[in-house]
Write a protein that binds this ligand. Structure first.
Ligand code: C2E
Ligand code: CA
Ligand code: CA
Ligand code: CA
Length: 280
């Protein structure tokens, strides 16, 4: 990048300058977001297809800034990763989720497994945050299966992350592991055998045209068969229609998540909708 520095200047258009400016402010606001308590967790139910029961939810981070309004994680997570802020933010998410899981367990006497997204950066660098979170889990005594961690495929190919040791530590602590966005990364099937993974989440890009596109249909079918043979359960992401749900259920897919069932919602709404009604 250094060698390119001067050439790059030629490409620096006003819109790029605006973007750099925008980005700088975004970073500043992101730095303050934690202390200003602008983050919150949303929850989206993960439905067991056979029974319709809900015993799981994915935790999705939300940022509400006083002037920006709602900022999408798709926009701020990459920036948080590049700046390293994801370590602190991610630690906050992990702690809040663990406490929420405990609260619901105590209040409703049932386990809602909370599935948390973990950035690859967290795996590489978190160090002290990791051990602190592990002691919190021990202290809370969530019991096995109270927490699931969602990681992405690329991470498993990167030998330097110490991911293997961490996954073992998870196992010991009763934390389950899901492989997120399955099928979109650098797929090497070897790691599925090598690592102890509990769930494959089929990316929503394969679900979108599932009903009309025969290759997506075959792909999903093959993923489900393979996952089951390897002792994993399958979660389909982005399920929006009744037809998709029916097809996935017929294929033997274990769980589904998507707008068909519910949008992500606040803890209070989730509790009202799925825990107090005892629908599941
Ligand atoms: P993801 O992990 O793949 O999360 C699923 C995304 O799909 C969520 O977007 C969710 O709101 C959306 N979604 C759920 N059902 C449907 C559906 O039926 N149709 C469609 N089109 N979309 C659906 P969201 O909440 O905007 O999050 C975007 C991404 O941001 C997540 O993708 C995840 O990669 C990242 N993210 C969110 N929260 C966290 C977090 O706490 N930590 C980290 N590291 N990343 C997070
Ligand atoms: Ca996810
Ligand atoms: Ca996903
Ligand atoms: Ca994604």
């Amino acid at each position: 990048a250094k060698a390119q520095g001067r050439n790059r200047f030629n490409f620096f258009t006003p819109s790029m300058q605006e973007y750099a400016h925008f980005r700088m402010h975004l970073i500043q606001d992101l730095r303050l977001a934690l202390e200003r308590q602008e983050f919150s967790l949303f929850f989206q139910p993960i439905v067991e297809l056979k029974s319709g029961d809900i015993h799981k939810a994915e935790v999705l981070l939300r940022w509400q800034h006083e002037t920006r309004g709602y900022v999408s994680p798709a926009d701020f997570i990459p920036v948080a990763e590049e700046t390293g802020l994801i370590l602190e933010i991610g630690a906050w998410v992990l702690e809040q989720a663990a406490r929420q899981s405990k609260e619901w367990q105590q209040k409703h006497e049932r386990i809602v497994q909370l599935s948390i997204n973990k950035s690859p950066i967290q795996f590489r660098d978190e160090g002290e945050y990791f051990s602190r979170w592990m002691s919190l889990l021990k202290e809370l005594q969530l019991g096995p299966g109270g927490i699931c961690v969602e990681i992405t495929e690329g991470l498993l190919l990167d030998a330097a992350t110490g991911v293997s040791d961490k996954l073992l530590a998870y196992r010991d602590a009763g934390i389950q592991v899901a492989l997120d966005d399955f099928g979109t990364g650098y797929s090497s099937l070897a790691y599925l055998k090598k690592f102890d993974i509990d769930y494959l989440k089929i990316d929503q890009s394969f679900i979108r045209n599932l009903v009309d596109d025969s290759s997506d249909h075959s792909l999903c079918e093959a993923i489900i068969v393979m996952a089951h043979k390897l002792g994993m359960k399958v979660i389909a992401e982005g399920v929006e229609s009744e037809d998709q749900r029916e097809l996935l259920r017929a294929m033997g897919c274990d769980y589904a998540q998507g707008y068909l069932f519910s949008r992500p919602m606040s803890a209070a709404e989730f509790e009202q909708e799925f825990l107090l009604d005892a629908k599941a």
